[in-house]
Design a protein. Structure first.
Length: 244
């Protein structure tokens, strides 16, 4: 029996294959639903993913096309999260998709090394093995993914954290939090869309973590208005304390 997760994984594979076959990744071919330029690589990945995901009975909210189609479920999709990394040769970008309604599922695939993070049946996994967030509660002992450019917020976290990283694919960084590779994440620039974090959020929460969002949030929009904290619940509380 084909499951939603099966469809999401095949869509990720299709998007990856389309990227490999595409030349001139950084050529601008249009404008995405978020108002940013759509590059040829974004367009190729989305078209390939949607060809597969059309079999699901779901409305789609995608980074490039916005809200399309009809169905009982809702599919929040970013076929290439981390386009800026991809076109510059920085090896950190991913496919991200979350299905809400009926069979809540999520999948994020690292499009560089092939790691697959999933949420299904209440459990989060990395390459098929169940994962959980770290036990971190103290910022001074934590590795934090931190986004502060464009804002004056976050200085206290930067000073107090053991180390900080800004890696360029929010979906994948959230999965690193879910697997305990990173202890937490604080994106404080009001620059995230649900297409960036919907799948990662499900995977973090399925791994025992918490995700706190701030801003105008609706899974049916692609506007980049959201800031967030993610990690073990006690660490999320500390991130909230020091990110004001």
């Amino acid at each position: 029996m084909t499951t939603v997760l099966d469809a999401l994984e095949r869509a990720a594979d299709a998007a990856e294959a389309a990227m490999v076959e595409t030349e001139n990744w950084d050529e601008v071919v249009g404008e995405g639903a978020d108002g940013r330029p759509t590059l040829r690589v974004d367009d190729a990945a989305e078209r390939a993913a949607l060809d597969v995901l059309g079999e699901l009975d779901a409305r789609v909210v995608s980074e490039e096309s916005g809200a399309i189609g009809e169905g009982e479920g809702l599919l929040v999709l970013d076929p290439l999260d981390g386009t800026g990394n991809a076109v510059r040769g920085v090896p950190f970008y991913s496919f991200s998709a979350a299905h809400l309604g009926g069979e809540d599922s999520a999948l994020v695939k690292d499009l560089v090394n092939g790691d697959v993070f999933t949420y299904g049946d209440g459990v989060s996994r990395m390459n098929g093995e169940e994962v959980s967030v770290s036990g971190a509660s103290d910022i001074s002992a934590s590795s934090i993914s931190l986004y502060t450019y464009g804002t004056e917020r976050g200085t206290d976290i930067s000073i107090r954290a053991r180390r900080t990283r800004t890696l360029g694919s929010a979906a994948l960084e959230l999965c690193y939090v879910a697997a305990g590779i990173l202890d937490g994440m604080a994106s404080l620039r009001s620059g995230l869309s649900p297409t960036d974090y919907a799948a990662g959020r499900m995977i973090v929460e399925g791994a025992g973590g918490a995700v706190e969002t701030m801003g105008e949030e609706s899974v049916e929009q692609v506007e980049r208005t959201v800031s967030l904290h993610a990690g073990p619940p006690a660490l999320v509380a500390e991130l909230g304390r020091w990110s004001r």
